[in-house]
Write a protein that binds this ligand. Structure first.
Ligand SMILES: Cc1cc2nc3c(=O)[nH]c(=O)nc-3n(C[C@H](O)[C@H](O)[C@H](O)COP(=O)(O)OP(=O)(O)OC[C@H]3O[C@@H](n4cnc5c(N)ncnc54)[C@H](O)[C@@H]3O)c2cc1C
Length: 312
């Protein structure tokens, strides 16, 4: 008997970590294959990085969909087919003789297999003012907060797909959208063409943000030219940093992670541990679209089904 520790929980054969589109697709598919599945979602916001997108681009079927239009039906159907959903983060996965998964409540679970679909989080600028002014002019969601900036000047930081996606959301609302980045535009062609034609967009390339200015709310940005070191300021009331994402995998054994923090797994989602699979944005080599995330989730579930078929 374990004295002073919580009991082991073995109510599921498979644990899926993360309720983004990769995890939801994996858990639903796994349950449809007849397995006992528990899905953990740490933020309580299903859909992960897409949860706050007002418009998801690049879907291979017609129509306009917000991230929630994709996530909520998947979540509801996953529940319907028997997925147990727990709103806790997973704190630790250990892969000794038995797999153990410790959740944020301190409960320990012993599944036969784990699908890691913990995705990525938005990278921070790490400059003064960013944390202090979050929610007071600093925002990580143009769809949620864009309405506060009608007729005002805002800055989106970044030059990739995410930054331009969010800038395009702000263009119809804001008076001016500054797009500020250290490097030239690196977004895909379609986004580059769309943003180039907008009259109220000002490009500020080869400049890095050194501080977000303001006391009670954002009043501007301090910038430094990356070539000359010259300092300048622009006045804005909203700042939207989108400088890329970082994988979320700190709860996994070091041996399964790459130096960048991704899970080392091929396109078949298999890791070096035959009981652990990885799907979506947390996986090294992931292609970057929600369709790929969902496809990888399904692929991981199929792999787990084959593994368990050999056992039970
Ligand atoms: C600004 C922006 C715009 C984008 N626009 C598009 C677009 O238009 N079209 C497109 O195809 N793609 C787009 N993408 C990319 C897309 O959002 C991602 O590729 C996709 O969300 C990856 O899905 P995922 O499920 O792998 O990870 P995520 O979406 O990151 O979901 C991971 C989930 O796991 C949870 N989690 C993390 N750690 C734990 C833990 N320890 N325990 C429990 N839960 C945990 C998180 O809370 C999260 O809900 C965009 C991305 C950004 C940043």
């Amino acid at each position: 008997m374990n004295v002073g520790t919580r009991p082991l929980k073995n109510l599921s054969e498979v644990i899926v970590i993360g309720g983004g589109l990769a995890g939801l697709a994996a858990a639903r598919h796994m349950a449809r294959l007849g397995r006992l599945v528990t899905l953990f979602e740490g933020s309580g916001l299903y859909g992960g990085l897409t949860a706050t997108l007002g418009h998801v681009d690049g879907l291979p079927f017609p129509g306009t969909f917000a991230g929630q239009d994709l996530a909520i039906p998947l979540l509801e159907d996953a529940r319907k087919v028997g997925v147990r959903v727990i709103e806790w983060s997973v704190d630790k996965v250990e892969n000794g003789d038995r797999l153990t998964v410790t959740d944020g409540a301190g409960d320990v679970h012993r599944p036969e297999a784990v699908i890691v679909a913990s995705g990525a989080s938005l990278r921070q600028l790490g400059v003064p003012g960013e944390e202090q002014l979050l929610g007071r002019g600093v925002s990580r969601c143009a769809t949620c907060d864009g309405g506060f900036y009608k007729g005002k000047d805002v800055a989106v930081i970044g030059a990739g797909d995410g930054a331009v996606h969010e800038a395009l959301t702000l263009v119809p609302l804001a008076r001016t959208v500054y797009l500020v980045a250290r490097s030239p535009l690196s977004a895909k062609r379609e986004y580059a063409d769309r943003i180039a034609g907008k009259d109220n967009v000002r490009f500020v390339w080869e400049s890095e943000v050194t501080a977000i200015l303001g006391d009670q709310s954002v009043t501007g940005l301090a910038l430094r030219d990356v070539n000359t070191g010259a300092e300048s300021r622009i006045e804005v009331s909203g700042v939207f940093p989108f400088i890329g994402v970082e994988p979320v995998s700190g709860f996994l054994p070091e041996a399964l992670r790459t130096p960048t923090g991704h899970v080392a797994a091929g396109a078949d989602t298999a890791t070096a541990d035959p009981r652990i699979f990885a799907a979506g944005a947390v996986r090294a080599g992931y292609g970057g679209t929600v369709i790929e995330a969902m496809a990888e989730g399904v692929r991981a579930a199929e792999s787990v089904a084959r593994l368990l078929a050999g056992k039970f």
